[in-house]
Ligand binder design. Sequence first.
Ligand code: UD1
Length: 449
Amino acid sequence: MKFCGLFIRVLRDSNFECDRSKKGLSNYKMDKIVIRGGNKLSGEVVISGSKNSALPILFATLLTDEPAKINNVPSLDDINTTLLFLNFIGKKTVKKKNTVEVYSSESRLYKYIAPYDLVRKMRASILIMGPLLARLKKVYVSLPGGCAIGARPIDIHLEAFEKLGAEISVESGYVRTFAKGGLKGTTINLRFPSVGATENVLLTAVLVEGKTIITNAACEPEIEDLAIVLNKMGAKVTGAGTKNIVIEGVRELHGFEHNIIPDRIEAATYIIAAAITKGEIVLKEVIPQHLKSINDKLKKSGLYIKELGNKIYVKWIKDLEPQNIKTGVYPEFPTDVQAQWMTLMCLIKGESSIKENVFENRFLHVAELRRFGADISVNGRVVNIKGVEKFSGASVIVSDLRAGAALILAGLAARGTTTVSRVYHLDRGYDMLEKKLKELGADIRRVFS
Ligand code: UD1
């Protein structure tokens, strides 16, 4: 625990991931997206598989030598990074359309080092720690990367590993985690219900002797999806999707086949796209329950939304009314939709506010939204918005994945032309973004660098 205190401070003070990732721009794509705003969206859109579900499930394949087949995997840069990662560690991966198959090499030898060049691209890379610690009893991981939306330390993950019996040190930018004396099931109370930490504990404890109980666990649907996969592999996990998860460790796990759940964040983005363009669309392949907090607010605002099985029908029928929101952990309003929501509120007559409770620095899109004419003021974690009648097209730069979605929405609603730069952030998390929007009637195109 002594170690963790020091480490937490190092991470919180340095905000290193943002600085490091800026230096690694050399291989980033510099494509732009150009939008001529004003078209009402209409038609049908099929929602892709969830990025945040697919990533931990791909890492779960490291828990077995047997083959795995994962369907409904979205085509995204974060998925490609994960496949590169699995290949580097010693797996063989084959991606055909939306299916990924993962095999072991003949040697079944796995590396225990996750190098900076892979980790810097994606914060979820830290999910490599759980499976490798469980199987190899040691793992060296370069300090993580990801979006520039706050310090995003990994102290909760490390505290949990320590409770399971691991020893941790930091050397030359690597977190070295060992389980020399083995790991033992225990009760782990998460200080905050971190999604990644809950997943990392699950990915370890399934192969740890004894019973592990996670209290104050994250309840996101992606955690449930991971637990379903782990149980298909032979694990004994109960309570996933609630605050208390119980894991009875088993000696070995097996291959599996699984269909990834739909991406609720992508779905929310398209619902907001319909609202902001005064359109009428049908979303297919969704789980409406996963979108309840967002749809409840939109309905209250005056948007017509009808849930029909695995479809959602959305129609703008009248001017929307402003609504205040606070982000929170599931089932509360997701932080991953805060930026898109802000764009919508900017174009609704009246005043509204947003409180960001999950990340401490997730308002990087505010400055860019102002370029369209938005009237927004920021006070710490709270944003106050005065709705304006219209946006005018602008040249803007994406700072992180969901900020990028907010700017695309702004461009769709704005009069005139919008040019969005650094769209590589969007490629991390939106499958066929321009194609889907074009099919819904948007005037949008990519300019390749
Ligand atoms: C996941 C999602 C991300 C989403 C976030 C919150 C994936 C791949 N990403 O990220 O899209 O925005 O959940 O819903 O699933 N924290 C600590 N110490 C830790 C871990 C987290 O202080 O060890 C803090 C973070 O800085 C942040 C908050 O806890 O302020 C939430 O983080 P967490 O739930 O862990 O998010 P991620 O798993 O990184």
